[in-house]
Design a protein around this ligand. Structure first.
Ligand code: PNS
Length: 171
């Protein structure tokens, strides 16, 4: 098999999100879905309209540091439409996590929109590990802002970064 044939036969998945910051819930989805693909790309949306606390570069670096044990995981930022980014990366599957039924309506709307724009890319949903079903990046930011303990929500190596940023958000 030539290198080009190998690249085109690779099964590539995309796990997109804001990851502001990455939580144990996200990491669980990354670890599980990375086993389903030859390559899993974690796509960090650099959407200025959402006014993220962390820059896209900071979010990419945090995710890289907590996924360094996963050989087939790459982390990239993207802007614009997810399906365009997926096509650029030759991904055929979008992965999303479902925590509860409250996530479903928004997720279904996104999946149907993406499928209408790009029928050759499918969305799959993984149910979140029950231990993290309540967890979100915004909850982590809020707890950190009020100086609560966040080490049960996010990986140890990014705790100091998140604490510092949430306590002094202008830095
Ligand atoms: O972690 P989030 O904020 O729930 O992730 C949302 C994300 C990044 C997957 C979604 O906002 C997205 O795909 N944005 C890119 C713009 C786009 O493609 N919009 C059309 C699909 S609704």
């Amino acid at each position: 098999m030539t290198k080009e044939e190998k690249v085109t036969s690779e099964k590539v998945g995309i796990y997109p999100g804001s990851f502001d910051p990455i939580t144990f819930g996200h990491l669980d989805i990354i670890e599980r879905s990375s086993k389903m693909f030859d390559r899993l790309i974690v796509g960090v949306l650099c959407n200025k309209a959402k006014k993220p606390l962390f820059s896209a570069e900071e979010r990419v670096r945090m995710i890289q540091s907590v996924t360094s044990h996963l050989d087939n995981v790459e982390v990239c930022s993207f802007d614009g439409l997810l399906v365009d980014f997926a096509k650029l990366e030759k991904a055929s599957v979008i992965v999303r996590g479902l925590r509860a039924v409250t996530d479903f309506e928004y997720e279904l709307q996104m999946a149907q929109t993406n499928r209408t724009m790009c029928p050759e890319i499918d969305t799959i949903f993984l149910t979140t590990n029950l231990s993290y079903a309540y967890l979100s990046s915004s909850i982590v930011r809020e707890v950190a802002q009020y100086e609560g303990k966040i080490s049960q929500f996010i990986p140890a190596q990014i705790v100091p970064l998140v604490e510092e940023k949430c306590r002094c958000p202008k830095d």
